[in-house]
Ligand binder design. Structure first.
Ligand code: DSN
Length: 415
């Protein structure tokens, strides 16, 4: 994409946009929730549909001029149904958090009870953290992973559910490296007569490709974001059985949103179309193989991974056993100087703060989009280890930076 018109109208913004493209081209994006969408998805997202108001749903809009908005939204819905096998799909949520809000509004009354995974154990703000609307509107209790194993404590969750009697149990996580047993959580939800919301924001692409167990058809509601592993237009999605379709649709519009971001819905349609190509399955498989290779090599260096490895697209490193005096933030900052962008993250049993935690989270969706294989990911693991081991060594950071340049030159991204 060129920014010729932006440059003419607004050089300051054009500089920032070009700077961001260069940044993505010249660094390794390992934030587990990020990816690099195609030029086609970006073009669709910058289309004239940004001007359109399409409050309502295809065929039932509150404004005129929605002929093409209808086409695009129907395409996004049909492709999503094919990808995930859902009965009903709403592609309008502006984000994964908005998708969760839509489900809460559809299924709960203010004051109802949510049981969800603790944020420091891998959960998400919108699952009921006190600083988020969900923690303020609903009564929330949280389950945890087993701190010894790093796996979800499914028995503890079942006991907690029996005691708390939640209205909804939330599964699906932001910093959990293992396959989620959605069926087992559904059994727990059934046992206490609670809804089950599976938030697959991080693993939408893995589920669509069939390389992670799917909660669709198992959980009552499935939410996700559409720009992470599924690599489509930015935003959220809700999937559910037909029986909840009207409630979900009304909760999104008019319940919690106004006009949908139709340019983003177009980006979703294009990205979903790309994900229907059989090549996407190879991409998803490679994403996991890369995360496993990355994790194995980090462990060979003596770094400890929460749960001892990964089944998905991310690894979570607990620095405390190997580097007790080094924080995740220090490593994040040193790695960013070297051109590897990931984030400091809390770990189960966190002993520091959320802002300066003891772990780092690293994902492979972006690297895999660039064409990285296991060998390249092992090389990245070597670089991460070197920096984690000596975050203050400027000479080392310069050496790592040069090796990152070599990798970004070999695995190119945007023109
Ligand atoms: N903040 C995102 C993440 O990094 O996991 C999820 O919304």
């Amino acid at each position: 994409m060129t920014y010729e018109n932006v440059r003419e109208a607004d050089p300051a913004v054009a500089d920032a946009l070009e700077g961001e493209r260069e940044r993505q081209n010249n660094t390794l994006a390992m934030i587990a929730s990020e990816n690099h969408v195609s030029e086609a998805v970006m073009e669709a997202q910058s289309s004239e549909l940004t001007n359109n108001y399409a409050e309502g749903y295809p065929g039932e809009r509150y404004y005129g001029g929605c002929e093409y908005a209808d086409e695009v939204e129907e395409l996004a819905i049909e492709r999503a149904k094919e990808l995930w096998g859902a009965d009903h799909v709403n592609v309008q949520p502006h984000s994964g958090s908005q998708a969760n809000m839509g489900v809460y509004l559809a299924a709960l009354e203010p004051g109802d009870k949510i049981l969800s995974l603790d944020l420091t154990h891998g959960g998400h703000l919108s699952h009921g953290h006190p600083v988020n609307f969900a923690g303020q509107v609903y009564e929330v209790e949280q389950y945890e992973v087993d701190e010894e194993t790093g796996y979800i404590d499914y028995e503890g969750l079942a006991d907690h559910a029996e005691e708390f009697e939640p209205d909804v149990i939330v599964s699906g996580y932001s910093a959990y490296p293992r396959e989620v047993d959605f069926e087992r959580i559904q059994e727990t939800a059934d046992a206490v007569d609670a809804y089950h919301l599976a938030d697959i924001a991080h693993i939408t692409g893995l589920v669509a490709a069939g390389v992670h167990e799917s909660p669709v058809g198992v959980a009552d509601f499935v939410t996700g974001s559409t720009h992470k592993t599924i690599r489509s237009g930015r935003g959220g999605i809700i999937m559910c059985d037909e029986e909840y379709a009207d409630d979900v649709d009304s909760a999104v519009f008019p319940g919690s949103q106004g006009g949908p971001l139709m340019h983003n819905v177009a980006g979703k349609a294009v990205g979903f179309g790309e994900a229907l190509d059989p090549e996407f399955e190879e991409y998803a498989e490679q994403t996991i193989a890369n995360a496993k290779a990355l994790g194995d090599r980090l462990q060979e260096h003596g770094l400890e991974l929460v749960s001892g490895g990964t089944d998905n697209h991310l690894v979570l490193i607990d620095l405390r056993p190997s580097h007790p005096d080094t924080t995740g933030k220090e490593v994040e900052e040193a790695l960013e100087t070297a051109g590897i962008v990931l984030n400091a993250n809390t770990v189960p049993g966190e002993t520091r703060s959320a802002f300066n935690p003891s772990g780092i989270r690293a994902g492979t969706p972006g690297l895999t989009t660039r064409g990285f294989d296991e060998d390249a990911c092992r090389e990245v693991a070597d670089l991460i280890y070197d920096v984690a081991d000596a975050p203050d060594d400027d000479d080392l950071i310069a050496e790592v930076s040069a090796r990152v340049d070599g990798l970004t030159d070999e695995y190119t991204l945007y023109d």
